[in-house]
Each structure stands twice: as C-alpha cells, then as structure tokens.
Design a binder for this molecule. Structure first.
Ligand code: SF4
Length: 210
C-alpha cells in the first residue's frame, strides 16, 4: 500500500528524525518557530543563541530594546515585525501564563505571529502531541506524491494526511516529510534518480509525458 511504502522509505532515510531548530526551553522553541516563517532553520539557529544568551529570561526579553532585537533578528528577514512579536510573546507568557507556554491552541493562536502551523510544530515537538504541520516542504512533497491535489490548501493537505496515516505516526511523519523535502525532494533539482517513491510521483509522470 502506498502510504506504508512511503513511511517505510522515510523510516529508511530518517530513522531518528529530529527538529533542526536549536532550543532549550518551551519559549525558546516557540520563538524559534515564529522566527522561521519565510526563513530557514539554519538561519534561525544563527540568531536564537544570540537572543537567548543576551536576554536570559522572559522578563529580560520582554524588556529588550526593540532596536537591539531588530539588529539581531535581521538575518532571518521580516525582522521589524518579528522583533515586535518576540517581545510581545515573551511578555504574554511571563505575565499571563506564569512563564510557561500554554498548550491550548486557541491561546497560542492568539499570540502575534503564531498561526496553525506554528502551533502544530510547537505542540508536536515539545509535547509530542499528534499533529501534522504543513509547511512548504510538507506541502510540496504531499502534492508530488499525490497525497493531495495540486489545488489543495494547507488545511486540506493536513486533513488528508491525518486521514491517510495512523495518528501515532503524525508527529514523526511531519519531521520526516520536512527532512525529505529539505534534503531529497527539494523544490529545485530534487534527487529523483535515487528516490524509491518515483512510481507514485507526479513530477516523474509529468516529465516522462513531456
Ligand atoms: Fe520528490 Fe523526485 Fe522522489 Fe518525486 S521522484 S518524490 S520529485 S525526489
């Protein structure tokens, strides 16, 4: 069956998939995910150690100078907006939630810069809760492997993946799809010649037809 073959191959490629964002606490992870929007984990990992070694607690971070944060965050892009988000997220967690990032989706999604995908990544990574976050890699791979239609939006893709794969695999599958998209099934020049999922792939069929 297709989904079993996909999982088997992903298990072969990534037997121990891990989130590539560097973090030490719940709020560091949440902020790292927020910073990763329209950026890369690699870039985020160059700025978060600077932020969290300079501002050692949520109390420090909420009082950080905006200009200073902007200068640190600049390499990840959208740095003005993201700096405001970081300060406000730190303030809310410190003042309203006792310094602990809440687990409730509605609360998390009310934070600035935090949407459904960010919440899914955070809850599945930090609390090992069953969610599939659909980022650009997961979207591309799902469409290429015909797990979703080309016209599907991220919410449709998320629902389709949840229907097709067992719930206890979702968090792991998310990480594996991200890594597969990042290192094998890349947007430009995917490594199709060595891919064991060619028979399911839309790209291959389209190329051979063309
Ligand atoms: Fe991705 Fe190529 Fe594999 Fe298709 S054959 S899933 S495009 S790596």
């Amino acid at each position: 069956m297709k989904t079993i073959e996909i999982e088997n191959y992903l298990n072969e490629l990534f037997p121990e998939p891990k989130c590539e964002l560097v973090y030490h606490t719940d709020y560091e992870l949440l902020i790292a995910i927020v910073l990763s929007a329209q950026s890369t984990d690699k870039r985020v990992n160059t700025v978060t150690p600077i932020i969290f070694s300079k501002y050692l607690s949520l109390k420090d971070l909420k009082k950080a100078s905006l200009t200073d944060l902007e200068n640190i965050i600049r390499p990840v892009g959208s740095f003005r907006r993201k700096s405001v988000y970081v300060k406000e997220i730190a303030r809310r967690i410190d003042e309203n939630y006792n310094g602990i990032v809440p687990r409730e989706r509605e609360i998390l999604e009310s934070f600035p810069g935090v949407g459904r995908k960010t919440v899914n990544v955070f809850l599945s990574e930090f609390y090992h809760m069953p969610f599939i976050a659909v980022d650009t890699h997961v979207e591309r791979v799902s469409k290429r492997l015909r797990l979703a239609y080309m016209k599907d939006d991220v919410l449709k893709i998320e629902n389709k993946l949840m229907k097709k794969f067992p719930k206890e695999h979702w968090a792991r599958l998310h990480l594996q799809l991200v890594l597969f998209g990042r290192y094998h099934c890349k947007a430009m020049k995917p490594e199709c010649s060595s891919c064991k999922l060619r028979c399911y792939c839309r790209e291959i069929k389209e190329k051979s037809v063309g």
